[in-house]
Design a protein around this ligand. Structure first.
Ligand code: TMP
Length: 163
């Protein structure tokens, strides 16, 4: 794989379409609630601090990105969400949420970096409402549901089938 070298911006950009994971824990929302619109959250990429949720003002005082870059992060994240929702929709998968990272290349341009995979997305099978069976992502490991490899292979199978 040929990729462009970037300096990673130390912000994890999370887009959510359906309530799950830390959003449910933090706000008490019901698992599976369809959000009225996609939301974007920022987390500070810092293992020592446990990657805390941060606001745009935190980003400013920590000097993690310029206000212009933050606007770009949000804009690009929502555009990517639109593309991915359509892409996974064709595979009969609901894109619950996902995490993106961006970097700045040698020309000073901010571009998408890191991977997009069932490790960094929540993907639910549209063919079942069973809360255990529908999970086709890393939550199978996080929640000790088992069948991780079968779930990832099913995602791949559907992607190959639909493209
Ligand atoms: P969360 O609900 O745990 O905050 O996760 C939101 C989304 O971000 C979910 O699709 C998993 C992804 N994610 C990562 O890819 N890496 C991480 O370190 C975390 C915390 C979440």
């Amino acid at each position: 794989m040929l990729v462009r070298a970037v300096t990673i911006i130390p912000i994890e950009v999370v887009v959510r379409n359906i309530a799950a994971g830390s959003l449910c824990k933090r706000l008490g929302l019901e698992l599976g609630m369809v959000l009225p619109r996609p939301i974007v959250e920022f987390y500070y990429k810092n293992d020592d601090l446990g990657d805390p949720l941060i606001t745009t003002e935190h980003i400013e005082i920590l000097n993690l990105a310029s206000p212009h870059q933050v606007e770009g992060l949000k804009h690009h994240a929502l555009v990517i969400n639109g593309h991915l929702q359509q892409f996974f929709g064709q595979c009969r998968l609901n894109l619950v949420d996902f995490k993106l990272e961006f970097g700045v290349d040698n020309d000073g341009q901010m571009i998408l970096a890191d991977e997009i995979s069932p490790d960094t997305c929540r993907l639910w099978d549209q063919n079942t409402d069973d809360p255990r069976d529908r999970v086709l992502d890393k939550d199978r490991f996080r929640q000790n549901l088992g069948q991780e490899s079968a779930a990832y292979q099913e995602v791949l199978r559907r992607i190959v089938e639909s493209t």
